[in-house]
Design a protein around this ligand. Structure first.
Ligand SMILES: [Zn+2]
Ligand SMILES: [Zn+2]
Length: 127
């Protein structure tokens, strides 16, 4: 996985986090995807439980897990030089490394390279 750094991070639309990378690429993440992709242990566990319970294929039951504010960003902060912390309005905090952001970019180009839509994963680097 290539490691790259962002030039600019913008949340001018509160529903959409945009990262412009130093290599010229731009990633746009709908914030509800980011919350679903949160790599912390708690969310990984919740995803696993959800997958086990998901008998009906592709029927996502997201609102079971919390208030609607879980998809609203309260603030962003840099975490070291490797990651961005996303604070959610429901009090949860997600830490995404640049590598993770890069790997879950939902754009067409990255989708082609990856061979499919982004999937949340267990990041190798923990900050
Ligand atoms: Zn989480
Ligand atoms: Zn991309």
């Amino acid at each position: 996985m290539l490691s790259r750094h962002p030039l600019e991070i913008s949340l001018s639309d509160p529903r959409r986090l945009v990262i412009r990378w130093e290599d010229g690429h731009a990633s746009e993440f709908p914030v509800d995807i980011l919350r679903d992709f949160c790599p912390c242990a708690t969310c990984r566990k919740a995803r696993m439980d959800r997958n086990e319970q998901a008998e009906q294929p592709k029927k996502r039951s997201l609102n079971v897990l919390g208030a609607p504010t879980r998809f609203e960003v309260d603030g962003l902060e840099h975490v070291g030089r490797y990651a961005l912390g996303v604070n959610w309005k429901d009090g949860h905090r997600s830490i995404f490394t640049w590598e993770y952001f890069s790997a879950i970019c939902p754009c067409d180009e990255c989708r082609m390279v990856r061979g499919g839509p982004p999937q949340p994963f267990d990041p190798l680097i923990t900050v």
